[in-house]
Design a protein around this ligand. Structure first.
Ligand code: TYM
Length: 331
């Protein structure tokens, strides 16, 4: 059976981008066809300036939302990264395989480091080594497939490179994973700045649809989305990024294709209205289940406890093998 692993970082409230680019597929496809693990990667949330109480709150909220989105603990393993020590155990070993040049070339590192410096802050060392921990997350489980949005491609490529390098130097140990991406909405853009990704840690609230936004808030955000000059509805990501983004969101909500949909609309207003309603309907069941799960925190805690135990059982043999292969004396 195909082993699938993916994760979400609790650095902000989950967005429509997280849902369309990753989480919805985990629930609809991945958990049904494979032996899958989904993780709230809380250690990764400590790589930038953070508030401990907020990270704890967002970790619980993200786990609850994964279940609300349809992840079924009977079908897959849902857990929190810091509950399974194997991730950090393996990360150190993989730091001995990666190079600092590789780390400094990572686009997300460059962007985030620049942002931290621009704010007058310092760059945490863990921001630089972040992709190694991510590689360890993936490799610890013998992962075949990593379902992610577009922005994670470079990180998954690094995990592949490190797996291959480790295997060549120390003997075959790791499965070489590959990224899988959704057909549409692999990169949902910010509604106010359609040339930038809709990111949960960004500050531009009006351009970001959060999974827990009330229907009227969703409507307002979509209706105020920046569109392009011109009036014709055409699907052109380069020239008309705002309209293309709306067409992609609408297509992803209804399962259509953005090019076909562009022929259906004669005005931006009608496109926005239908997109807003489609997003509201898409989020409605998730929000309802989230509300029900919030009333039963003991259930969520139980799922995470069981999930961590199962994950530990899967990761430990792999990490022990990697420790022996690289030359560490068994305890
Ligand atoms: P994170 O938390 O930023 O995002 C979680 C998932 O959502 C996808 N995504 C998007 N897809 C489409 N459009 C968007 N605007 C958008 N924004 C986010 C991301 O591609 C991702 O699939 N480094 C990872 C977390 C991670 C991980 C892992 C993932 C840590 N270890 C191991 C996979 C395997 C991250 O920051 O995702």
């Amino acid at each position: 059976m195909t082993r699938v692993f993916s994760g979400v970082k609790p650095t902000g409230h989950l967005t429509l981008g997280n849902y369309l680019g990753a989480i919805r597929r985990w629930a609809d496809v991945d958990q049904r066809q494979s032996d899958a693990l989904f993780c709230v990667v809380d250690l990764h949330a400590l790589t930038v300036d953070h508030d401990p109480a907020r990270v704890r709150r967002l970790t619980r909220q993200a786990a609850t939302l994964l279940l609300a989105a349809g992840l079924d603990p009977e079908l897959c393993t849902v857990f929190v990264q810091s509950h399974v020590d194997e991730h950090t155990r393996l990360s150190y070993v993989m730091e001995c395989v990666a190079t600092d040049g590789e780390m400094r070339r990572m686009i997300q590192y460059k962007e985030k480091a620049e942002r931290e410096r621009a704010r007058g802050g310092s760059v945490r060392l863990s921001l630089l080594t972040y992709p190694v921990l991510m590689a360890a997350d993936i490799l610890a489980y013998g992962t075949d497939e990593v379902p992610v949005g577009d922005d994670q491609t470079q990180h998954v490529e690094l995990a592949r490179d490190l797996a291959v390098r480790f295997n060549q130097r120390y003997g075959h140990t790791f499965v070489v994973p590959r990224a899988t991406r959704p057909g549409v909405a692999a990169r949902v853009m910010n509604l106010q700045e359609p040339t930038s990704k809709m990111g949960k840690s960004d500050d531009s609230g009006p351009g970001i649809v959060y999974l827990l936004d009330e229907p009227d808030v969703v409507r307002k955000k979509v209706m105020r989305a920046v569109t392009d000059s011109g009036a014709e509805v055409v699907y052109d990501r380069e020239e008309r990024p705002g309209v293309a983004n709306l067409l992609e969101i609408l297509a992803a909500c209804g399962g259509g294709n953005p090019e076909d949909l562009s022929g259906v609309y004669e005005s931006y207003g009608a496109l926005k209205k239908d997109t807003a309603e489609a997003v509201v309907e898409l989020l409605r069941p998730v929000q309802e289940r989230h509300k029900a799960l919030c009333a039963d925190p003991a259930y969520v805690e139980g799922v995470l406890r069981d999930g961590a135990e199962r994950a530990r059982g899967m990761a430990k043999p792999m990490v022990d093998t990697a420790y022996r292969a690289i030359g560490l004396l068994p305890a």
